[in-house]
Design a binder for this molecule. Sequence first.
Ligand SMILES: Nc1ncnc2c1ncn2[C@@H]1O[C@H](COP(=O)(O)OP(=O)(O)OP(=O)(O)O)[C@@H](O)[C@H]1O
Ligand SMILES: [Mg+2]
Length: 224
Amino acid sequence: MANILLELKNLTKVYKEGSQENKVLNGVDLIIPQGSFNVFIGPSGSGKSTLLNLIAMLDTVTEGQILFEGQDIVKLSERKKAKLRLNKMGFIFQFDGLLPEFSVIENVNMPALIGGKNAKGRAFELLKNLGMDNLAFKMPPSLSGGEKQRVAIARALINEPLLLLADEPTGNLDTTRKEQIFKDFAELAQKGITVLMVTHDVKAADYADYCYTIEDGSLKFKNK
Ligand SMILES: Nc1ncnc2c1ncn2[C@@H]1O[C@H](COP(=O)(O)OP(=O)(O)OP(=O)(O)O)[C@@H](O)[C@H]1O
Ligand SMILES: [Mg+2]
């Protein structure tokens, strides 16, 4: 059994709007082994982004624990959260979030620069691995949707994260491109990176080590 990278214990998220309470996650328990590719599927509004945002420490937990390398990250100071996020986590959001006024390679290098390093060489290698080295000096607005998604993937990997969080990273891609990204993620997991990916695409389950559905605030293990 691989080491456990992440463990959710009784993870609960309630959004309050006036007197209305919306319990989006209802005591979720989950163990994520290091180097696994995990897929989360569920209808719109079922709490998939909420789950990733809580793990990314971008939203507050109502109840429960998130153990990352054995440490409850819910209770960390904002400073420690920011440091952990920068050094150990990579994010791919549904909309690529690239900075339009910076070139592709500068976008990929950005999280390294924020962490005080210049990693242009590694940025170029990552782009090359994704078949994007010929586009390194282009500006994001001149790229296709699929190319932008791959830049976002390279950027998420620049700081060599232990954990990659991807929220519908294949949102607007065609089937071939989608499946290539699922394959890339399965490969990353084999190299030891733990991947959590949210998607609407049931085909992703074919590439994942573990697949879960989210419904009515609960996670269910989905047999492939
Ligand atoms: N900041 C917020 N304040 C109040 N309610 C919220 C907030 N963010 C999300 N919600 C609610 O929580 C529920 C889950 O939202 P979430 O974004 O996690 O869904 P999702 O599964 O990612 O959906 P989609 O597939 O459409 O992206 C929804 O009912 C949503 O309205
Ligand atoms: Mg979402």
